[in-house]
Design a binder for this molecule. Structure first.
Ligand SMILES: Nc1ncnc2c1ncn2[C@@H]1O[C@H](COP(=O)(O)OP(=O)(O)OP(=O)(O)O)[C@@H](O)[C@H]1O
Length: 222
């Protein structure tokens, strides 16, 4: 599983005097699970965007097993992310007109001309595991908790080495949020994945072994 090593990272946005993120040295061991927390505007999303290569604008080193995302083109970052990262976002990013199963398979349909053998069966098994009993239901008709379960299944289908989630339970009611948080941890752990979650959710804060607090773009341990 990939380990993360950040050195002298600075991310600036136009119009801000101070960097939105400034990290001299920050490491995540292979297979470690951590929650990133901190006040609104502190830089949590900026951090996740840097470590997933969604945003390559920073200066410095954001290296996963020696691959510095900052030095890569957007196309190369996209390809690296598709291979290594399972992403879960606050607002699900599902296609409402597609079925649950098709949403889970869509990234693989886009990445391969033919769906790799066994993937459909894997997706169905994963949907069963996350408690979605109607794989052919249109995603637009799901409850919000079910939508996020679908997104979790989509993120984990290819057994990524890195799982990153940005406020995955923030738009869910407490019961649905707890179920999603538990699922994300319970399904990532057996993969041995390096897990990074930005959240204030007490489930993540209680269950993940490392808590990192970002304040005004700087990191400390809570
Ligand atoms: N594209 C951008 N252009 C200009 N400023 C930005 C941009 N994106 C983020 N910022 C600013 O950078 C700072 C950090 O933003 P970021 O979204 O990383 O915070 P956050 O901790 O994720 O906040 P929240 O918890 O509210 O989502 C904020 O001051 C924000 O206004």
């Amino acid at each position: 599983m990939p380990a993360l090593s950040i050195h002298n990272l600075e991310v600036r946005y136009p119009g801000l005097d101070q960097p939105a993120l400034a990290l001299e040295a920050f490491d995540v061991a292979a297979g470690q699970a951590l929650v990133v927390t901190g006040p609104s505007g502190a830089g949590k999303t900026t951090f996740l965007n840097a470590v997933t290569g969604l945003d390559g604008r920073g200066k410095g080193v954001v290296a996963w097993d020696g691959v510095n995302l900052i030095g890569l083109s957007e196309t190369a970052r996209d390809a690296w992310r598709a291979r290594h990262v399972g992403l879960v976002m606050q607002n699900f990013h599902l296609f409402p007109g597609l079925s649950v199963l098709e949403n889970v398979l869509l990234p693989q349909r886009l990445a391969h001309r033919r769906l790799p053998a066994g993937l459909r069966a894997d997706a169905l098994a994963l949907l069963d595991r996350v408690g979605l009993e109607r794989p052919h239901q249109r995603a637009g008709t799901l409850s919000r908790g079910q939508m996020q379960r679908t997104a979790v299944a989509r993120a984990l289908l290819r057994r990524p080495g890195i799982v990153v989630a940005d406020e995955p339970t923030a738009s869910l009611d407490p019961d649905a949020g707890k179920a999603v948080a538990d699922l994300l941890i319970d399904l990532s752990t057996p993969l041995g994945a390096t897990l990074i979650v930005a959240s204030h959710d007490p489930v993540f804060l209680a269950r993940l072994p490392r808590v990192v607090t970002i304040r005004a773009g700087r990191v400390g341990s809570a």
